[in-house]
Design a protein around this ligand. Structure first.
Ligand code: TRP
Ligand code: SF4
Length: 400
């Protein structure tokens, strides 16, 4: 299997809630055990829409990192950093802007959608138009292969692929590329060299996509070969130059099944959330005041769990026995709604307890959190610098 590098970012624009925990964060926590992972706070992206409330960003950055850590994102298994602490993202953004047609940015669907949705804000800014390009820089600078995102972000990843392709097309070839690629083929050893040539021909002469995939896999698996040579071989395979930027794939985050307090998807904009740091009393109060099946006006009225948002939470937080109890009790008016909500309150509190305990530990030790992030920034920066060296070189900026 090819080596994957996973990268994802989150904008620091407020408290994280159970929807984030059960969707994005649980997915990150799983991925960190499977692949190399980089997770970052997209503070510049937050500024594109929250430029007039910098205090929200400043507060949210550290709180969000604490939430990640408390949820189980593990700095030993993933690199946690802040976008603005790796200024190379901005440099790549500027350089990519030179080859980015305005029309590509204008037709990214989130551009008009968000402008309409956030109509109270003036988003006719240069920064907001460039949002997807900044995101491309975030991704391409690490040569990420997999980007876990929600559905709304897919156009941004597709845009990123187009930018990478355009960049490689314009700048892909380094000086003496063919010779260097031929030399790299020899380094594969005679058997693999022959195989490589065969698969390259099959792809270039008859468009054999399977040959392309096998050749790619063979190159990725090759031990003891430099990154540069691997990239030359990958580029040569397709008839291009050394691949400086890599086209990433998106990895659709399994849709969070987390319903909010009103039965709609949990989301800040619906005002139906339970935050990851919600205190015990507030959790209880929010659930106790949740709407239920409107048919149950009196305690003696029977109800239908299918029409009740509380039942959706039972499906997440209750075991089978409790679910059976709620079903039967609701349909026969054997239990009241307050009684029915009891196990849900307990389930949510049980999920939150260890998270909040860990969050409190991190909150008490800001130096620890800052050290984790500083270390992550350092690691990320090293990777970013490598890519920038190549990018500057091919763009004619490597003065010495
Ligand atoms: N735009 C993403 C969001 O709103 C956040 C983000 C910024 C991101 N840069 C990224 C996600 C790079 C993945 C990769 O969710
Ligand atoms: Fe909802 Fe439970 Fe009340 Fe039925 S008994 S309406 S499932 S809260």
């Amino acid at each position: 299997m090819a080596i994957e590098r996973v990268l994802s970012g989150m904008r620091p624009t407020g408290n994280l809630h159970l929807g984030h925990y059960n969707g994005v964060l649980k997915n990150w926590i799983k991925l960190q055990h499977e692949h190399e992972c980089l997770f970052f706070v997209a503070d510049w992206h937050a500024l594109t829409t929250h430029y007039d409330t910098p205090e929200i960003i400043e507060e949210s950055v550290w709180e969000m990192v604490i939430d990640w850590l408390a949820a189980g994102v593990d700095p030993a298994n993933s690199t946690i950093f802040i976008q603005s602490r790796v200024p190379e993202h901005a440099e790549l953004h500027t350089l990519l802007s030179m080859i980015t047609p305005l029309s590509w940015l204008e037709r990214v669907p989130t551009y008009k959608d968000q402008q309409e949705k956030l109509a109270s804000k003036d988003l006719s800014t240069y920064g907001f138009l460039g949002y997807p390009l900044l995101q491309s820089a975030d991704i391409l600078i690490y040569k990420a292969t997999q980007v876990p995102v929600g559905e709304d972000q897919i156009p941004h990843i597709e845009f990123t692929r187009e930018i990478a392709r355009r960049f490689n097309h314009i700048y892909g070839k380094e000086k003496g590329f063919e010779e260097k690629a031929e030399a790299a083929i020899k380094k594969l050893g005679s058997k693999r060299s022959a195989l490589y040539q065969e698969m390259r021909n099959a792809y270039q002469q008859s468009g054999d996509a399977e040959a392309l995939d096998s050749a790619r896999a063979m190159i990725e698996e090759q031990q003891g070969m430099s990154m540069g040579d691997k990239e030359r071989l990958l580029g040569y395979l397709e008839g291009g130059g050394k691949m400086i930027l890599l086209e990433p794939d998106y990895k659709l985050t399994p849709a969070s099944k987390m319903p909010g307090l009103d039965g709609q998807k949990m989301s800040k904009s619906y005002n139906n959330t339970i935050s990851m740091r919600e205190d015990v009393d507030s959790v209880a109060k929010k659930i106790k005041t949740m709407p239920t099946d409107p048919a149950r006006v009196r305690r003696t009225d029977v109800g239908d769990p299918a029409k009740c948002p509380v039942w959706q939470l039972h499906q997440i937080y209750s075991n089978q026995a409790t679910q059976d109890w709620a079903q039967a009790g609701c349909k026969t008016a054997g239990i009241g709604c307050i009684e029915c909500k009891g196990p849900v309150i307990e389930g949510v509190l049980a999920e939150l307890k260890p998270i909040q305990e860990r969050a409190a530990q991190y909150a008490e030790d800001p130096t620890l959190v800052k050290n984790i992030v500083a270390e992550g920034c350092e690691k990320a920066r090293k990777l970013a610098r490598e890519t920038m060296r190549d990018v500057r070189e091919v763009m004619g900026l490597n003065y010495s």
